[in-house]
Ligand binder design. Structure first.
Ligand code: PHE
Length: 461
C-alpha cells in the first residue's frame, strides 16, 4: 500500500540539507568533543572513522534503500518488504529509540536556548572558563529553568514537523545548514590562531597547537572495550542511524536521486563537521588550560571564552549559540518525524494531531531527564541517572542493534537485485564497488557490531 499524495522532498539539495541536518547536531558539536576528550583524543578518532566508513556508511545506504523502495514509515517499510515476518520489530525499536533520544536531546537543546539568552544579555563578558563552568553547573541543576527551555524547544520542533516535509523540514534545513557550516569553519580558524597564552608574568598557560595534537595524535593506552563501544555508538548516533530516521527521510526521496552518492555526501559532511567542531574546541581547551576530560559541560564552558578573545565577540557568541540550537533543531525534527510518520500513518490521524501527542509524551519523559540533574539525581538505573540512562541505552544499545538488524535485513531478507537497483538507479555503479558494499552489509557490519556488543556486555573475552 502506498499513501496517496504523500509529501516529499523537492530537490537534491533539499535531501542533502535535511539528511545532513539530521546527522549534524548535538552529536557533532556537543557530544563528539567531550567523547574525544574523555576517551584519549586521536585514538578515539581513529576508531570513530573506522566505524563510520566500514559500518555507518553501508547501514546508511541500507536505510535509504529501505525507505525509498517502500515510501512508508519505518515500521511499515519492513512489513511491506517482508510481510508476515518479525522484521518490522526493528522499526518498532526505532520508534522507541526516537522517544528515548529526543527526551534527553530536547533537554540539551533547551540549554542552548538559555545560552542564546545569556549571549544576548552579554552575560559571559569577562568570565574565565572556570567561572563559565560553575555557571553551567548552576544552570543545569536548577529544577525549573532548563525545563522551561526544553519545553520551548520541543514546541519549535513540533511546529516544523507539523509543517511537513517540503514546507517544514526541507524549507528550514536548506537555509540553516549552509549558515551553520560557515560559522563552524570560521570558529575553527579563530581557535587555531589563538597561539600561545601567557600570564602577566610571562609564564606560558597553554598553547593552541597542543589541542590539535590531542585531537589527531592517538594515545592507544586509553582504548578499552567501553571506548570501542562508545565510538561505535557515537558513529550511529552522529549519523542518525539504526532507528529508522534515514528510512523515514528516504521514504520522501524521489526516484531520480542517487542514493549511494547521497549517503556518501551526508556521511562526509557529518564527519567533517564533527572534526571542525573538534578543531574549534580543542585548541581553545589547551590554550585556556581547561581539562579536556571535563565531560558534557565542555562546549558550554570553553567556547564562550574563545569568543571573548575575538573582535566582535558579542556577535560571535550569539551567532554560535543560535547555530548550536539550529543544529539541534534540524536533528530533533528528524527524531520526531520518525515517530510522527509512524503514528500518523498507522493510526490514520492527522499529522498535527500525531505531532502534538508524540511531542507531549516525549517532553514529559524529557522533564524527568532534566530533573535528573537536580531533584531526581538520586534516582539511578544501574549506576546512571535517568538522563545518562536514556543516552547510554539508546546510543550504545538500541542504535547499534537496530543497525545490525537493518544490515542483516538488507543483506539477507531483501533480494540482491532489489537492493542493487534501488541503490544505484539501475546500474550507475562499478560492479566491484557494489560487491564490496554488499559483502560488508551481509557479513562485516553485522558481525562487527555483534562482537563489540558481546564484548561490552561481558559475554566474550
Ligand atoms: N545525529 C544527530 C546528532 O548528531 C542525533 C540523532 C540521532 C538524530 C539519531 C536522529 C537520529 O545530533
Amino acid at each position: 500500500m502506498s499513501i496517496p499524495n504523500r509529501d516529499s522532498f523537492t530537490s537534491k539539495f533539499g535531501v542533502i540539507a535535511a539528511a545532513a541536518g539530521s546527522a549534524v547536531g548535538l552529536g557533532n558539536i556537543w557530544k563528539f568533543p567531550y567523547e574525544v576528550g574523555q576517551n584519549g583524543g586521536g585514538a578515539f578518532l581513529i576508531l570513530y572513522f573506522f566505524f563510520v566508513v566500514v559500518i555507518g556508511l553501508p547501514v546508511m545506504m541500507s536505510e535509504f534503500v529501505i525507505g525509498r523502495k517502500t515510501n512508508v514509515n519505518a515500521v511499515r517499510a519492513f512489513k511491506k518488504l517482508s510481510p508476515n515476518k518479525p522484521w518490522y520489530l526493528t522499526g518498532v525499536m526505532g520508534v522507541a529509540a526516537a522517544f528515548m533520544i529526543l527526551s534527553f536531546y530536547g533537554v540539551v537543546a533547551g540549554w542552548t536556548l538559555e545560552y542564546i539568552h545569556l549571549a544576548i544579555i552579554n552575560a559571559f563578558k569577562g568570565q574565565s572558563p572556570e567561572e563559565l563552568s560553575k555557571g553551567f553547573n548552576g544552570f543545569i541543576t536548577n529544577p525549573i529553568k532548563p525545563v522551561i527551555w526544553q519545553m520551548i524547544f520541543m514546541i519549535l520542533t513540533a511546529v516544523v514537523v507539523i509543517g511537513g516535509i517540503k514546507n517544514g523540514i526541507e524549507k528550514i534545513t536548506k537555509i540553516l545548514m549552509p549558515v551553520l557550516f560557515l560559522i563552524i569553519v570560521l570558529m575553527g580558524i579563530r581557535s587555531l590562531t589563538l597561539g600561545v597564552n601567557t600570564s602577566e608574568s610571562g609564564e606560558i598557560i597553554g598553547r593552541s597547537v597542543d589541542g590539535l595534537k590531542f585531537l589527531f595524535r592517538p594515545d592507544f593506552s586509553k582504548i578499552d572495550i567501553d571506548v570501542v563501544l562508545d565510538a561505535l555508538g557515537q558513529a550511529f548516533f552522529s549519523l542518525s542511524l539504526g532507528m529508522g530516521t534515514i528510512i523515514t527521510y528516504g521514504s520522501y526521496i524521489g526516484k531520480n536521486n542517487n542514493l549511494k552518492k547521497t549517503a556518501v555526501e551526508v556521511a562526509f559532511l557529518d564527519t567533517l563537521i564533527a572534526i571542525l567542531a573538534g578543531v574549534a574546541i580543542f585548541p581553545a581547551v589547551f590554550y585556556f588550560n581547561v581539562a579536556p576530560t571535563e565531560g558534557p559541560g565542555l562546549v558550554f564552558s570553553v567556547l564562550p571564552s574563545i569568543f571573548q578573545k575575538m573582535v566582535g565577540g558579542y556577535v560571535w557568541t550569539l551567532a554560535f549559540f543560535v547555530l548550536f540550537a539550529v543544529a539541534a533543531l534540524t536533528s530533533s525534527i528528524s527524531l520526531l518525524e520518525v515517530a510522527v510518520a509512524y503514528f500518523a500513518e498507522e493510526l490514520k490521524v492527522k499529522r498535527v494531531t500525531a505531532t502534538i501527542i508524540v511531542a507531549s509524551l516525549i517532553t514529559i519523559l524529557g522533564v524527568a531527564c532534566s530533573l535528573s540533574n537536580s531533584v531526581l539525581k538520586d534516582v539511578t538505573i544501574l549506576g546512571r541517572n535517568i538522563f545518562d540512562t536514556m543516552d547510554h541505552v539508546s546510543s550504545n544499545f538500541l542504535l547499534p542493534i537496530g543497525g545490525m538488524f537493518i544490515a542483516i535485513f538488507t543483506g539477507w531478507a531483501m533480494k540482491k537485485s532489489e537492493f542493487f537497483n534501488e541503490l544505484t538507479n539501475q546500474g550507475a555503479i562499478k560492479v566491484k564497488l557494489f560487491s564490496g558494499i554488499y559483502f560488508i552489509i551481509r557479513f562485516v557490519a553485522p558481525i562487527a557490531i555483534a562482537i563489540v556488543f558481546l564484548y561490552s556486555v561481558g559475554l566474550l573475552g
